[in-house]
Write a protein that binds this ligand. Sequence first.
Ligand code: NDP
Ligand code: GDR
Length: 325
Amino acid sequence: MAKTALITGVTGQDGAYLSQLLLQKGYKVYGMVRRSSHLGVNSHRLEWLGIANDIEYADGNVTDLSGLCRLVRAIQPGEIYNLAAQSFVKTSWDQPILTGQVTGIGAVNILEAARLEAPEARVYQASSSEMFGLIQEAEQKETTPFYPRSPYAAAKLYAHWMTVNYRESFGMYSCSGLLFNHESPLRGLEFVTRKVTDAVARIKLGKLDRLEMGNMDAKRDWGHARDYVRAMWLMLQQDKPDDFVIATGTTTSVRDMVDIAFKHAGLNMEDYVRINPAFYRPAEVDVLLGDASKARDQLGWEPEVAIVELIQEMVDADLARYSSK
Ligand code: NDP
Ligand code: GDR
């Protein structure tokens, strides 16, 4: 019989790539979507991948435990991937309560629904390198102490420890993936890589004349979302549940990432980029650099796409998108 997976956050970047991977593996994929006033599912990413009609959609919201229980009882998924979140760090200072409810409590609702209605289900929780925050060790691994620097990171840390706690308290197969930044042509436009590649494409095509940026000195360990969803799946296929850092092991400044994008389009960033303090954050995570050796050794996971190739793919996709409009 086909394996069954329930994905929350199926309409987001990772939900789309993970759905594609699971469908390729023969899974029946249930995607949980938030009800909204516009018709149908916000499925543009799933359409881009050509899989929008291959998913069974189910209404639900991670803040609503009774609805989640009904859904999990009906589907009896073998695997649950909790990707739903208020995922934009900057917004978390303006909406700290909502971020706590969705990104923090939402994860506990998923764990509770699984515990009560499908206790054998394997649960993946989307944890984040943002939990490392103010860095305590030059390279962050599973044992590095956490120091969250935003309401988002604090909410994720709560969800992370609850995932560990449900494993230790109830013997559930619940895993936390400590994923570093991962991007793709399907990345939301508010995140820095996509904001940049989208702007570069518009500048190149004469539709925009400048790009306003925040802190160009921040450094991130950026990988490709397609590589990272593979790690999520691998985490749920092990004999024992465990937590893993997923990263490339290379860190790049925002400035250098912007330079890669402009150069790929044959442009000089100095001619277009301005700093706007409105894009600075109340507290910054200055540098992230992950050590994914545990995932390499135990899961056999390795990233296939490095930063230059990633940014070039994103610029090319945005150029194609705007050229066809
Ligand atoms: P996106 O922002 O692209 O997607 C977020 C998803 O969550 C969307 O499908 C959104 O639905 C859904 N969602 C938001 N609120 C709710 C709610 N209350 N109930 C149900 N669904 C909801 O995020 P990514 O795909 O980039 O990330 C996936 C997960 O991984 C997130 O939890 C994120 O915090 C985490 N993460 C991401 C990293 C990255 O670099 N991308 C790194 C580490 C962790 P809708 O379409 O309706 O808005
Ligand atoms: P991040 O991603 O906060 O790391 O969280 P984001 O792309 O928003 O910021 C990365 C870094 O770039 C700096 N920056 C800017 N950021 C944005 N968005 N816009 C700008 O104009 C800009 N200028 C500079 C930021 O200050 C920051 O240092 C992402 C999300 O996907 C989280 O959900 C996830 O958990 C983490 O990655 C790992």
